[in-house]
Design a protein around this ligand. Structure first.
Ligand SMILES: Cc1cc2nc3c(=O)[nH]c(=O)nc-3n(C[C@H](O)[C@H](O)[C@H](O)COP(=O)(O)OP(=O)(O)OC[C@H]3O[C@@H](n4cnc5c(N)ncnc54)[C@H](O)[C@@H]3O)c2cc1C
Length: 274
């Protein structure tokens, strides 16, 4: 859902609003062609995929996206770890923060096998009620301190991580894809993933070719360790031995069926045929 002002609501009080975009898939392609001093000699899609596959990332820095974001402070604490952005945040020294607090829709239990993760959810209105009560009490204390004339910069100290903050945030596409790769991952906290998912859709809409390459070579790709590479090489070697004459043509057909180009297939064989 998008609201009339173009923002996409997230949870009860949050949103992502796309403020500005610089560049397009074409700008990425044009920047790359300057670097090779060649014009139009490869198809745009193939070039973008080649660039990302080979981590030739600077052309992706030619595009930028700027957002207005509203999120609970516990999400913002994770967000600001991404240092390659420009940002401006609302000042709680300057303005009084409104009474907007994050309340989870469900209660998720602590995972026992992942110290950073959550396990299954339970329906427990009492626990949700306790969170709401703690939020309300903290905000009442905040109001009380302000009414006593305490400075805003000190009074805010009693507010919980559930309170919302708001900021403008700008990043180039190279770093934004890195951010998305980390924050779309199932290991990232669900609430930050909810924001990353909305931003990814905006990236897909405005940079369809770069997004497609991101999915194939970054988001859904894996890095193999030396041992894993050895294992895959061994399996392929044994498989090829089973057939006389060798079935390399069939394997090539399979790779072509996955829409891999000739250069990509050659790179695959170099990696895994040993
Ligand atoms: C699932 C998950 C769990 C996490 N848990 C924790 C945690 O428990 N505790 C915690 O403190 N953090 C945690 N983090 C944050 C994490 O360690 C990174 O700080 C964060 O993901 C930002 O990544 P980044 O540095 O690659 O991104 P950015 O800051 O955007 O930087 C992008 C890239 O620029 C380069 N770069 C930027 N700054 C420097 C620099 N100063 N020196 C060298 N290279 C630089 C690096 O190549 C970096 O990858 C977690 C992150 C995730 C995704």
């Amino acid at each position: 859902m998008t609201t009339f002002d173009g923002s996409v609501p997230i949870h009860r009080h949050g949103y992502v609003k796309l403020l500005d975009i610089m560049g397009s898939d074409q700008d990425i392609v044009d920047a790359a062609r300057i670097s090779y001093d060649r014009q139009g000699d490869s198809k745009d899609r193939a070039l973008i995929r080649y660039l990302l596959r080979h981590k030739h990332t600077s052309p992706f820095e030619m595009a930028e996206m700027k957002f207005e974001l509203r999120m609970p402070i516990f999400v913002a604490r994770q967000w600001v770890r991404h240092r390659t952005a420009s940002m401006n945040e609302v000042s709680a020294r300057y303005t009084e923060l409104p009474d907007d607090m994050f309340v989870p829709e469900k209660v998720w239990l602590q995972s026992t096998d992942n110290k950073q993760g959550r396990a299954e959810s339970i329906d427990d209105e009492n626990i949700i009620g306790s969170i709401e009560m703690a939020n309300t009490k903290a905000y009442e204390w905040y109001g009380h301190l302000l009414s006593e004339g305490v400075s805003r910069e000190l009074a805010r100290g009693v507010l919980p991580l559930n309170i919302y903050t708001k900021f403008v945030w700008k990043m180039d596409l190279h770093n934004l894809m890195h951010f998305l790769n980390l924050r779309l991952d199932p290991h990232a906290q669900e609430e930050i993933r909810d924001y990353a998912t909305v931003i990814e859709k905006m990236v897909e809409e405005h940079f369809p070719l770069a997004h497609e390459a991101f999915v194939d070579y970054v988001r859904d790709a894996y890095t193999l360790s030396t041992m894993e590479v050895e294992f895959v090489r061994h399996v392929i070697k044994e498989y090829r031995k089973l057939f006389v004459p060798p079935i390399d043509d069939k394997l090539t057909e399979l790779l072509e069926g996955l829409e891999m180009g000739s250069r990509e297939i050659a790179a695959f064989k170099e990696k895994f045929y040993g």
